[in-house]
Write a protein that binds this ligand. Structure first.
Ligand code: ADP
Ligand code: NA
Length: 340
């Protein structure tokens, strides 16, 4: 009953990396072929931890530039930033009143980001998943391409949609909506690299906030930086195995092979068929060449776009206007349903 629609977002918090590209942005580009897509720079999520205002403005433009440079078409689809469409925050408030404290308390991202001193975390950091549910459902989006780390938040979004549909079932029906008002959004966690790991520690995910720059490949790194980070990436002393089963218990090797597979559009088995039995140094050289060939054109285009901030801002303003035309009537229905 719900038309298929894709929604996803990336936070403007600096240091966009290969994990963001393979887990999210590259998938966003792919989804454009089959779906109507809405891609959002989630600036309201970014301020759940303090952001320097000038840095935030720059990071909003940089994520937008990464979207465009990677191949997202802002005319055929929608690219915008969250804070320009007030309906996100409006629906998030309703969802704050639907979601339960217990549900949000179980979110591993909150536990990780809040650390030991939970009392000092912002209320926004705690409520983050309810805003994320609103981001998706204010468009009644059905499919959400994300990395593995967002799986739990998507489950929460489904729980919120289900509870809203149940809590207001009678009102929803009386306003002429059959079979529930919100769809249950499906996570699309696809590709060979849904969880890219740190290059320095195979047990930690590659992340924007890792203090070691050697832990991640940034989307804006030049060829020398990419080659040097891959050369220095941690590995174990064994040669690469010929088959996937041989990667078990070898997280660093598994990570590098998964990155190769995702960047080349091949399967892990195909990559191992070529490089299995060989030394890491040979494989790393090939991986560095492949990474540079995929990322360098995107980095170059990002740089070109960042030199034209007025153009980026115009793309966002146009996208926001078109996003609002979808979100506004859905939010108006929510208000009727709730009794406002
Ligand atoms: P980050 O987690 O880097 O702070 P975001 O929260 O803005 O960035 O995430 C943007 C998208 O990138 C999400 O879909 C997230 O799942 C994905 N992502 C983030 N880190 C990784 C990673 N290491 N591997 C795969 N996908 C990732
Ligand atoms: Na994340």
């Amino acid at each position: 009953k719900f038309a298929e629609r894709v929604f996803s977002g990336v936070q403007p918090t600096g240091n966009l990396h290969l994990g963001n590209y393979l887990g999210a942005i590259q998938r966003f580009v792919e989804m454009q072929k089959s779906h109507d897509c809405i891609y959002c720079v989630v600036d309201q999520h970014a301020i759940t931890v303090w952001q320097d205002p000038k840095g935030l403005q720059n990071a909003i433009r940089e994520v937008t530039a990464a979207f465009l440079a990677a191949g997202i078409d802002p005319k055929a689809h929608i690219v915008f930033n969250q804070s320009q469409v007030a309906e996100h925050a409006e629906l998030a408030w309703v969802f704050n009143c639907v979601a339960r404290m217990g549900w949000l308390s179980r979110m591993t991202q909150f536990k990780e980001k809040a650390g030991k001193d939970r009392e000092a975390a912002s209320v926004g950091l705690f409520a983050y998943p309810a805003l994320m549910a609103a981001d998706i459902l204010v468009y009644r989006a059905t499919h959400v391409p994300v990395g593995e780390d967002q799986k739990q938040h998507l489950e929460l979004a489904r729980d919120i949609a289900t509870k809203f549909n149940n809590d207001f079932a009678e009102s929803i029906a009386s306003h002429g909506h059959n079979g529930g008002f919100f769809p249950l959004p499906e996570p699309l966690i696809q590709g060979a690299a849904t969880r890219v790991m740190s290059l320095r520690d195979g047990t930690k995910k590659m992340s924007k906030s890792d203090p070691s720059d050697l832990s991640r490949i940034n989307m804006t790194d030049d060829a020398d930086a990419i080659a040097s980070k891959i050369r220095k990436a941690r590995t174990d002393p064994e040669p690469l195995p010929g088959e996937e089963a041989g990667l078990k218990g070898r997280p660093e090797a598994e990570n590098l092979v998964a990155i190769f597979a995702a960047l080349s559009g091949r399967t892990v088995a195909e990559v191992l068929a070529e490089f299995g039995g060989g030394q890491f140094s040979t494989f790393k050289t090939a991986l560095a060449d492949l990474t540079v060939s995929q990322l360098a054109p995107i980095a170059g285009e990002m740089k070109r776009l960042m030199a034209e901030p007025a153009h980026i801002d115009a793309v966002l303003a146009d996208g926001s206007e078109r996003a609002r035309t979808i979100a506004a009537p859905i939010m108006a229905s929510v208000k009727d349903i709730v009794g406002f």
